[in-house]
Design a protein around this ligand. Sequence first.
Ligand code: CS2
Ligand code: MN
Length: 360
Amino acid sequence: MNMTWRWYGQDNDNIMLDHIRQIPGVTGIVWSLHEKVAGEVWEMERIREVADQITGKGFSTAVVESVNVHDDIKIGLPSRDKYIDIYIDTIRKLATVGVKVICYNFMPVFDWTRTELYKELPDGSNALFYEKAAISENPRQMVDRILQGAGSFTMPGWEPERLAKLDELFAAYADVTEEKLFDNLKYFLEQIIPVCEEVDIKMAIHPDDPAWPIFGLPRIIRSRDTIRRMLDMVDSPYNGLTFCTGSLGTNPENDLPAMIREFHDRIHFAHIRNVKVFDNGDFIEVSHRGKDGSVDIAEVVRAYHENGFKGYVRPDHGRHLWGEEKNCRPGYGLYDRALGIMYLLGVWDSLDNATSKGVE
Ligand code: CS2
Ligand code: MN
């Protein structure tokens, strides 16, 4: 497994590459051109500039998260072909700077969704929280609430410019059923996967988070069966997954270790994080340590280890610790993600030691 760290860029993150170098075991940076909105052209010069910053500090550039998919592709509008051409152009450019995996998602309107960004945990740290009852059918209410609590940062896809056009966006998705969304994903993949095969870049779709439809919008990457359907739709190793235990783990019916055992050869990127799911369906993000949440992280790592997983891994969100929430992006502080890495590597190394001694 290749341990990586998601970095928002030199002028966009309080965490510098020099900080990341001090976390044991991190070999790669998960990056993107975060200033780009979905559908925009990525200029080669700018790609090279960021890639050089990363390789200059000795890290690999192999994973990009995300190249976001334009809504017209998800909705299936005639203009989608233009945006697919731009997407293909980006894939080709990224191949020239050593990119091997592109993470993306196919969630309508919103990326991941929480109802509180800094909810206090019993130990005084705070974390992202989702209160089921607070998600009404009226997204506007939710948006106002999130924007009030957000300070200078918010969740991806919840940028004020985008939210200003919320009513139009919802109207555009009005006829997009679950079936249509699957069809539109298939159409997109059929165009891009041959290019990925040619330039050796693996696509890795991120599951929907939380793993159920919200605000009446369909969400299709949420369970064993929907993932199977997606993978079979375009049956190429280049059509793969970002397996996010935090997203899929919001639904306790998802048996994560079993899914890893089934899908491991199509998982190109592992997001590992823990959530504590309450009886009423609310959940909060907690430390990576299995005992703190509902996801058995040690068992998750074991399922990867058993299959000799050689893909990329990153700790996903972390709690905000020691006051860092004052200037960190929700879920993307330094400390808890670094602690998470040490937990993941600890479990991995102990499995390595046990197996090299012949203990299974
Ligand atoms: C990320 C997602 O922070 C996160 O949970 O895993 O925002 C992810 O980057 C996108 O869904 C991928 O397109
Ligand atoms: Mn994730």
